[in-house]
Design a protein around this ligand. Structure first.
Ligand SMILES: C[S@@+](CC[C@H](N)C(=O)[O-])C[C@H]1O[C@@H](n2cnc3c(N)ncnc32)[C@H](O)[C@@H]1O
Length: 352
């Protein structure tokens, strides 16, 4: 956790937010830090009747409302290291089987890291057989969103940043502080590797359970203004009206309550702050209960109008669309011979 981000984003206790209280967090004595920031320590709620402690692990504060639940489902991932030689990883992967968390994680890391960072890998991906999707799809979506929004003057949130390249792009494009948040530890640690070690390291999937580790030094423009935290998009651990921009790229159809995501973005954005929501409407019942699925652009516009009615009544303002939504291409590479191609939809809006 970088000191500049702690001061600018002023995190509040996500547990207290549930009872409508914006209780600031403070850093306990005894944290371990170096020139890059705090890599281990404890953030504590200042509300006397709460005092909930939140760990900072490998540089990332874990700011979720139900900390025991997040730790229980992610504890083994915190210990998992993916820096073994390819043949050793292959051996472990085969022994554990394709459905083991070990392999599910590598698939996710490979897909998102390819799209976010594939342009940087020295071997390049052009020569691969089959359907290898060209990297950079989400970055192109982001560029479209930025062109439709006013320049931010203050902290920028990249919600559901995954492996984090969009956070670096936001830092380069805006010149300000950017915070990428995600619940997925193995994805977030790829972005943290870039800011903590200046190293990009991820598994690149070839076929089946065969992956090649791609590893290289990287120095991305504006990287010193980026930080990555674990936080829940549905309980953003920030004060109201404190952010200058909020991006939610391909996240809406991954959360359990899409309306709550729009509400939270409205709550934390300051007046005049820009927001972008991109979604391929690729719903899955394990992520979102079918009753909350949104059936395309018209329904999304209606949901935003409905959320706006509620947020305006609560004095939080509204997200006013900057124009009609636009269609954008987004794709995710699966392996050498497969990729998923999405027709995603983008809504951009400005906080009233
Ligand atoms: C489909 S991926 C998109 C990642 C990235 N924005 C992109 O477009 O390449 C969705 C991301 O949202 C994250 N996510 C899902 N639910 C979340 C939540 N409640 N809070 C924060 N992140 C969440 C996932 O872990 C995943 O990294």
């Amino acid at each position: 956790m970088r000191q500049a981000h702690f001061e600018a984003f002023q995190p509040v206790c996500p547990a207290c937010l549930r009872r409508g209280l914006e209780a600031p967090l403070r850093l306990d004595a005894g944290a371990q830090e170096d020139a890059r920031g705090i890599h281990a320590g404890v953030l504590r709620c200042t509300a006397p009747d709460c005092s909930q402690a939140y760990p900072i692990l490998d540089g990332a504060p874990i700011l979720v409302p139900d900390l025991p639940a997040w730790l229980a489902s992610n504890g083994h991932l915190l210990l998992q290291r993916h820096a073994l030689p390819d043949p050793v990883e292959d051996l472990i992967a085969a022994a554990l089987g394709p459905d083991a968390a070990y392999n599910v994680i590598r698939h996710q890391q490979a897909s998102y890291a390819h799209d976010h960072y594939g342009d940087l890998t020295s071997s390049g991906d052009q020569g691969e057989p089959g359907l290898g999707a060209a990297p950079g799809a989400v970055r192109r979506c982001l560029a479209t969103a930025l062109a439709r929004l006013p320049a931010p003057h203050g902290p920028v949130l990249d919600i559901g940043c995954a492996v984090g390249r969009t956070s670096f792009d936001l830092a380069a494009a805006t010149g300000g502080l950017v915070l990428g948040i995600d619940l997925n530890w193995p994805l977030l640690t790829i972005g943290r590797g870039v800011i903590d070690q200046g190293e990009l390291s991820y598994p690149h999937r070839r076929l089946g359970l065969h992956f090649e580790r791609r590893r290289q030094s990287v120095a991305l423009p504006g990287a010193e203004r980026v930080d990555f935290w674990v936080a829940d998009a549905l309980a953003l651990p920030f004060r109201g009206a404190s952010m200058a921009m909020g991006m939610a790229m391909n996240v809406l159809d991954c959360v359990s309550d899409p309306a709550r995501l729009l509400w939270e973005m409205t709550r934390v954005l300051a007046a005049g702050g820009g927001a972008a929501v991109v979604t391929p409407f690729d719903w899955a019942s394990h992520a979102t209960p079918p009753g909350a699925w949104i059936d395309g652009p018209v329904a999304l516009a209606a949901l935003l109008a409905q959320v706006n009615t509620g947020t305006e009544r609560s004095g939080l303002g509204a997200l006013l669309p900057t124009g009609p939504g636009v269609e954008v291409d987004w794709q995710v590479r699966l392996h050498d011979r497969a990729s998923m191609q999405y027709a995603a939809h983008m809504l951009t809006a400005v906080h009233s």
